[in-house]
Write a protein that binds this ligand. Sequence first.
Ligand SMILES: Cc1cc2nc3c(=O)[nH]c(=O)nc-3n(C[C@H](O)[C@H](O)[C@H](O)COP(=O)(O)OP(=O)(O)OC[C@H]3O[C@@H](n4cnc5c(N)ncnc54)[C@H](O)[C@@H]3O)c2cc1C
Length: 354
Amino acid sequence: MTTAAPIETDALVIGAGPVGLFAVFELGLLELNAQVVDALPHAGGQCAELYPDKPIYDIPGLPATTGRELVDRLVQQAAPFKPGLHLGQLLATLQRNPDGRWLAGTDQGTQFLARVVVIAAGAGAFLPRSIALDGLERHLGRQITYRLDDAATLAGRQVLIVGDEDVALEQAIALAEAPAAQRPARITLIHRREAFRAAAGTLARFQTLRQQGALHFVAGQPAALVEADDGRLQALRLMPPTGEAIDLPCDQLLIRMGLSPRLGPIHDWGLALERKQLVVDTARYQTAEPGLYAVGDIVTYPGKRKLLLSGFHEATLAAFAAAAHVRPGEPVHLQYTTTSPRLHALLGVAHPPR
Ligand SMILES: Cc1cc2nc3c(=O)[nH]c(=O)nc-3n(C[C@H](O)[C@H](O)[C@H](O)COP(=O)(O)OP(=O)(O)OC[C@H]3O[C@@H](n4cnc5c(N)ncnc54)[C@H](O)[C@@H]3O)c2cc1C
């Protein structure tokens, strides 16, 4: 963990989902720079995580797009404002600084001092589903991981993968099909019973590799971590559906049980919540705290609909309110991107001929 001086910014945006990304754009048009934090290792929130390849038909002016394409376009749209992106970090703490700004910190030790905060946290931070095992924390990031950055480090190792969905089976397949020099000595998928929730093609490939002996499956519930005298993880104790516990040798345990959104720290910030959603007004999308805005799926107000279109509108009005908050007493003029030379300069686009 690193703890450096806080990054000073006009706006801190919590959540790089579609609405957080559009908030960056709208803030940028109003000359407020932004830093963005997301627990996921990539931008896009639900669009990227839950339906990257599914079609979306109700974005104005875009008859059809996909979750991934929409996110790519939103990232591209916000790019002229050069937001600082802090991915793979959970925004954990948020408190008012004595000078009126917001002091916020992530679980990785990154800190921010922001004049305004826009919470675009959706259904909460997407965090990996885990298993309850005593001592798991001690091995996290080393012999137990939720994602694999470098498969080559597993060459010649005993690898156990926990999970029953595509993400787990795909991981097992990718390791089994790695070049011989990078392949683990043994790859074993574990799930409490022999039933998988994976696409037909993935399942077929998994079973073929299993029949070839390139990977293995053991049914059972992880019950304990078995450590060597030096503290290293050496086996996973498994309770099979019937019979005695078995210890499976383990150099690396990959937990691949997918992600689930958790509201987590937002509960601790003393903000009014109704059914796990933040209460805001509909003129500024501000919470009860001046300078603290909330937009997108995380908010509730009379008539709220959890739609992308609604989130984009909320982000726009929140940005106008944020500009008024940061520059009190100065009018916040509405300018059209079509005709405003000032906005063209901010966007870095050539001034169109009159
Ligand atoms: C299957 C499916 C299909 C859909 N189809 C449509 C459709 O056709 N049309 C439509 O309009 N809408 C659709 N939606 C709804 C739409 O996806 C949501 O309204 C939209 O994603 C909300 O965007 P958001 O940015 O508010 O939240 P999200 O997309 O949920 O993004 C929030 C982000 O905040 C991050 N975050 C939260 N808390 C923290 C924290 N403390 N620290 C760090 N990061 C944090 C999360 O990791 C996440 O990435 C669909 C949703 C689903 C699930």
